[in-house]
Design a protein around this ligand. Structure first.
Ligand code: HEM
Length: 469
């Protein structure tokens, strides 16, 4: 082969590959360690499956941005193939992905992603979330459920055109199945299934995921049916209406091979919930936990909010006048690193990177954690330090290595929406509440070890939200 040598890596065992070396609960940890030994492009074997890992800011950026075509396809692992049958956005490629991504992006824009409509919807949800926090009256509570409900409802109002009440049983089921699936899909059992799909297809965790998914799809179908019955082609109440109208148009004009099919609609909707709920809520939970752990930083955020916004509602427009708070939010996302291995990619053709040859169809992991903790990019990568995003005069500065949403063709589709949500939820909550550890727990006791899962939220914990008014 004249194209170069293969990326280096630890020697694999027959069949097992490097499985025995990998921490299957938190594979990103082992992968970060391996990158210290083997460099920024290396190979590991998940059982018989060869995976190329990209580590560090420069390499990840170079591959995903400069070689966007070569590295822009999605690897569809056995569990995700089971779940989505290559439909929707997250786990599809080719024309299906292109059409669905384009549709979702343009519809989200129409519904105000980065604009006023989304802001209104989020602010409405902030009001409901604040009420829930108030209802605990300063007593300790687990922040998971309320934050997941709030972020899920933002997606609901964009997709269905309306939000749910938090005690609606259908909504509760929807949210709990999404969070359960994300959690289980990162478990060691599912890693094993992805490695040996024929051998361990029977495992319980896979059955739970499949059942959850089946129920969710049925419910999204029922909700879609209700929207169909009341559809007015002149008014799009949400993304589903827009899809149904486009579907009808394609049918009326006999478009062949249309991607506007019911299957694609259901999977696209479920992808938006799946990708948009837990990620955003986990970021918010990291934020509240870090504020409770570092009260001096919380003081400074609250001082800035009081000075700049006072007690009126916070708006997206305020962000530029809140440099310290903005820096804190960026630092929460950096340290939280909630998508440590992004979502695996694969190469669409043979490619040579840094002199290493990577064959078409190879699974590629962009190790986002290694970018967000890159020692040559960040002054103190392992500490919570908002100064990473501030200049000497206290002005907010952008940092190139801030890639929590990944980069290139597959960059998070919900980035603007997510950033707006995190900003508005975080500031609205800090305006009203002081976050402290439960009685008997010190700030030092608050544990920053992430939970196991496909995403990396904080471990289960309780906080007290003390009203500031
Ligand atoms: C703080 C919150 C969020 C973070 C950190 C995050 C991060 C990510 C990351 C790392 C990826 C994978 C990129 C890659 O493959 O290289 C991704 C993909 C995706 N995200 Fe997000 N995300 C967040 C919120 C959202 C929201 C709110 C939505 C929904 C509107 C969303 C929708 C998606 C979709 C549909 C994809 C798949 C894109 C594709 O395959 O083309 N995400 N996100």
């Amino acid at each position: 082969r004249e194209t170069g040598k293969e990326p280096p890596g630890p020697k694999p065992l027959p069949l097992l590959g490097n499985l025995l070396q990998l921490d299957l609960q938190r594979p990103y940890k082992t992968l970060c360690e391996l990158s210290k030994k083997y460099g920024s492009v290396f190979t590991v074997y998940f059982g018989p499956k060869k995976v190329v890992v990209l580590a560090g800011y420069r390499t990840v950026r170079e591959a995903l941005v400069n070689y966007a075509d070569e590295f822009g396809e999605r690897e569809i692992t056995p569990i995700f193939a089971d779940l989505t049958k290559h439909r929707g956005i997250l786990f599809s490629n080719g024309e299906t992905w292109k059409e669905m991504r384009r549709f979702a992006l343009s519809t989200l824009k129409d519904f105000g992603m980065g604009k006023r409509v989304a802001e209104e919807k989020i602010l409405e949800e902030c009001g409901h979330l604040i009420q829930v926090f108030e209802s605990y009256k300063g007593k300790p509570f687990n922040t998971s459920c309320p934050t997941n409900n709030a972020t899920s409802n933002v997606i609901s109002s964009i997709v269905f055109g309306s939000r749910f009440e938090y005690d609606d049983p259908q909504f509760r089921g929807l949210v709990s199945r999404i969070t359960e699936n994300i959690k289980i899909s990162g478990s060691a059992g599912i890693q094993l299934y992805n490695t040996f799909p024929r051998l361990v297809g029977w495992i319980k965790s896979r059955q739970v995921i499949l059942k959850n998914c089946e129920t969710t799809m049925r419910e999204i179908k029922d909700l879609t049916q209700k929207l169909k019955e009341t559809l007015n082609p002149q008014i799009c109440r949400g993304l589903i209406d827009c899809f149904l109208i486009q579907k009808q148009k394609d049918e009326d004009s006999c478009v062949k091979d249309t991607h506007f099919t019911e299957e694609n609609l259901l999977y696209t909707v479920s992808n938006l919930f799946g990708a948009g709920t837990d990620t955003t809520a986990a970021t918010l939970r990291w934020g509240l936990l870090l504020m409770a752990k570092y009260p001096q930083i919380q003081d400074q955020v609250q001082e800035e909010l009081t000075r700049v916004v006072g007690s009126r509602e916070v708006h997206v427009e305020d962000r530029k006048n809140l440099p310290y708070t903005d820096a804190v939010i960026h630092e929460i996302q950096r340290l939280g690193s909630i998508a440590p291995i992004a979502v695996p990619h694969k190469t669409s053709r043979d490619v040579t990177l840094h002199g290493y040859f990577i064959k078409k169809g190879t699974t590629v992991i962009p190790l986002l954690t290694s970018v967000l903790y890159d020692e040559s990019e960040w002054e103190s990568p392992h500490t919570f330090n908002p100064s990473h995003f501030l200049d000497k005069e206290g002005r907010f500065i952008k940092r190139d290595a801030f890639l929590p949403f990944s980069a290139g063709r597959r960059v998070c589709l919900g980035e603007s929406l997510a950033r707006m949500e995190v900003f508005l939820f975080f500031t609205s909550l800090l305006q009203r509440f002081r976050f402290i550890p439960p009685p008997g727990v010190s700030e030092d006791d608050l544990d920053l070890t992430p939970a196991v899962g496909f995403t990396s939220p904080p471990s289960p914990h309780e906080l007290c939200a003390i009203s500031r008014q």
